[in-house]
Every structure is written in C-alpha cells, then in structure tokens.
Design a protein around this ligand. Structure first.
Ligand SMILES: Nc1ncnc2c1ncn2[C@@H]1O[C@H](COP(=O)(O)OP(=O)(O)OP(=O)(O)O)[C@@H](O)[C@H]1O
Ligand SMILES: C[C@@](O)(CCO)CC(=O)[O-]
Ligand SMILES: [Mg+2]
Length: 399
C-alpha cells in the first residue's frame, strides 16, 4: 500500500452507562461514543526527526530518528505484536525519556504511548520515518470521557496508515472515510497497547468505542454493537476534579484483593445492573419507551452510583453533583473511572426544559461544567482537510 504524506484522523470520546471498573474484572459494560472528538494531523517530513505536539497538555517533543532506532535492538528481526505489550521496550523508553517507573504524570504517559507505537509500527523499517504529528482534543483530558483512548486510537490509526500497514481509505471526493473491519481490528489492538501504557490495566472498552463508535456492549474482550437502543437525552457534567484512571483502577484492584468476599458480590451486582439496563433499553426501542422504563433506568443509575462508592471511586464533588440533580428529580452517576471527573444525568421525556436549565445553572454555580451531549457518534475517521472546522485545522497546522 502506498504510504501517505499527510493525513487527518479523529476518534470520539465515550461515556460508560454502566460497568466501569467491573469491566476490568470481566463484567459487562455498556458504553457509547460522544460527539466530542480528538483530532490528529500527521505529516511526513525530511527533517530526520519525529515530533509530537500535544497542545492540550502543553507538550512539544522532538527526537532525531537515529537516536531512537537503537531502542529497538533487543528484539532484532522479531516482529512486534499488536496484542502483547513489549515490556522491555517500555522499560527502555522510560529510561530514554527519564520517566520514573510508576509515574502517572500526564505528559509522560502520552509521550511514552506515542513513542512506543511509533517504534513498534516502524520496527521493520530500515530507517525510521521523519514525521510531524499534532494531536488536539475537544475532550477534557483525564475526566472520564475516554480522552486517553481517543488519543491512542488516533495515534494508532495515523501511524499504521503512514506505515502503509492499513489503507488510506479516503478517496478524492470524500469528506470522511473509515477503514475495513480487519483494519479497524488492527487499529484497536494497537490502541489497546497505548491504553496499557497510559492506564496500566485497561479492559479495552474505551479504545473499542473510540474505534467503532456507536453504542457498544463489552464483555470479557468481546465487543458487539447494541442494535436496539432508544434515543436517550443525557447531561454531562465535569466536576473538574482531576484524577488518574491508572490510580483508580489499581485502587479498585487493591480493594478487591483485600476484601474479596465483600467486593465480588458488588461486581456481580454491577454486572446485573448492566444486564437489566441492556434489556430495558432493548424493550424501550422495540415496544416504545414508557415512564416505567425510565423509572427503571433511574433506579439502576442510583444503585450503580452507590456501588461505585463502595468500590472506592466516588468523590465528594460527585456526591454534590448527585444531590443537586436529585433535588430536581434527576438521577446521576459518575462515568469512566470516577474519583472526580465526569458524571452523566439522565433526562426523561417528562423532564421540563426549565428544570434542565435550572439544574445546569446550579451545577455551573457550584463550579462544574455542564452540557447536553449527543451520543452515538462515528468511530475513528480519516478526514479531508475541508471536512474539519477552521479552528480545528488551524490548531493542527499551527504546530
Ligand atoms: N489531547 C490529549 N493530548 C495528549 N495526551 C492526552 C490527550 N488526551 C488524553 N491524553 C493522555 O491520556 C491521559 C488521561 O487518561 P485517563 O485515562 O487518566 O483519563 P480519561 O481517558 O480522560 O478518562 P477515562 O479513562 O476514565 O475515560 C493523559 O494523562 C494523557 O497522557
Ligand atoms: C475504569 C474503566 O473501567 C473505564 C475507564 O473509562 C477502566 C477500563 O475499563 O479500562
Ligand atoms: Mg482513559
């Protein structure tokens, strides 16, 4: 396949309806893509350098490609796998970039994930290619909306396309295009490796949503689209309390290890919540949504929010958020890893617009960001430059 000289790629963020954390331990999760995206521009240059610009986190790095090549010497001639993390390469990269083991510093993880994917994808090239890459996102970074996965999916799709491992699907007359199912699998596998670097022990649900988009059920690594879903109205609120998914995931694991007989039933119950939610959504889509259906969805949200508190990933900011919305009859739960970050609030057909306005106003007064989101956006896309808004294009070409 002919490698590209320049490409633009985007991937969506996600919201988890039910099953965050439990999904890491083999339980069912229901997740949906958001209309907030991460965008990437890749340009092939002749500078003998590879550079990455990450304006969201104020990070701009550049390396001579000849300095990077020796980092691959430990597995000479061996093909790098898209399904297993090369831990020796991660160790070498940590040493090379002087990132301490266990560091969760925002910038470091993004840079490490990029360099790892770059070196693995181009491991068989005699000379590493000179590339200029810029990634910018509409998503809040580290707030539970899958910013790390959208980043990893974009990086993986761009590097695989630049290498010619997957096609460049965009024809001249198209604004956006997607890859074949097989190519999407490969993008997803490499993005999962990126997530491993950023998260430590990801389930893979976030990169799956970033890759395929839409409404997905994710169970023990098996992804399937939810075919029957009603139109749902959801408010997203960002408490703006920073947190790290990596730390929260390991905190839950510690708690399960410490109190297995207490925590295992909680995970089972979260699984049951996801299953009942899936059945209820299917009923709503096929039979029409009733007040009883919405009442069940609200109960499930409340129950799961309590479970997430028991798992140790709640936060006082999230309690405040739930109290504010409940005072107006609206039910909320954290989404993503918790510990702060974002929550979802279900709006029902009976919810008066004045109530939505009042709730949003009150949440903003507490200091949170709040907006109504639209869900089910497409997964990873290749774009023509003209399909991007002026402001996105300006940012991506500025660095
Ligand atoms: N736009 C971006 N530019 C650079 N790095 C990013 C960007 N978005 C995310 N990242 C990387 O992802 C990390 C945040 O990932 P983290 O998993 O903690 O949060 P999240 O993905 O937003 O939330 P969740 O995993 O709960 O959905 C950042 O520390 C950074 O390394
Ligand atoms: C907390 C978690 O379940 C969701 C993060 O969006 C982690 C994961 O599934 O990898
Ligand atoms: Mg993440």
């Amino acid at each position: 396949m002919a490698p590209v000289q320049e490409c633009f790629i985007s991937a969506p963020g996600k919201s988890i309806l039910h099953g965050e954390h439990a999904v890491v331990h083999g339980k069912l999760a229901l997740a949906v893509s958001l209309n907030l995206r991460t965008y990437l521009r890749l340009e092939v240059t002749s500078a003998a350098e590879v550079s990455i610009s990450l304006p969201n986190i104020d990070t701009f790095m550049c390396w001579n490609v000849r300095v990077l090549k020796p980092l691959l010497s430990h597995r000479e001639g061996e093909c790098r796998s898209s399904t297993d993390l090369d831990t020796e390469l991660v160790r070498r990269l940590r040493e090379f970039t002087a990132i301490a083991d266990g560091s969760t510093d925002t910038r470091s993880m993004a840079v490490l994930a990029f360099l790892y994917t770059y070196l693995c994808v181009f491991a068989d090239s005699e000379v590493l290619p000179s590339l200029k890459v810029c990634v910018w996102s509409e998503l809040p970074t580290g707030a539970g909306l899958g910013s790390s996965a959208a980043y990893s999916v974009c990086v993986s799709a761009a590097l695989l396309t630049a290498r010619g491992t997957i096609s460049s699907p965009l024809t001249q007359s198209q604004q956006t295009a997607r890859w074949s199912e097989q190519e999407l699998e490969l993008i997803n596998n490499w993005a999962f490796q990126g997530e491993k670097i950023i998260h430590g022990n990801p389930s893979g649900v976030d990169n799956a949503v970033g890759t395929w988009g839409g409404f997905l059920r994710y169970h023990a690594g098996k992804i399937s689209p939810l075919s029957r879903v009603p139109t749902l109205r959801i408010l997203l609120t960002n408490t703006k309390v920073p947190r790290s998914t990596k730390l929260l995931v390991s905190r839950v694991k510690d708690r399960i290890n410490q109190y297995p007989s207490v925590m295992t039933p909680v995970l089972e119950s979260v699984d049951a919540v996801s299953q009942i939610c899936e059945r209820t959504l299917a009923e709503m889509a096929t039979e029409g949504a009733s007040a009883e259906h919405y009442s069940m969805l609200e109960d499930l949200i409340d129950i799961n929010q309590h479970h997430l508190n028991v798992l140790g990933v709640g936060h006082t900011s999230l309690n405040t958020l739930c109290h504010v919305t409940l005072a107006h009859g609206l039910h909320s739960k954290l989404t993503g890893a918790g510990g702060g970050g974002c929550a979802i609030t279900l709006l029902t057909p009976d919810t008066d617009e004045s109530v939505v306005r009042d709730v949003m106003e009150e949440l903003k007064q507490v200091g949170f960001d709040c907006w109504e989101t639209s869900i089910g956006a497409p997964g990873v896309l290749m774009h023509s430059p003209t399909s991007l808004t002026h402001s996105v294009l300006e940012i991506l070409t500025k660095y």
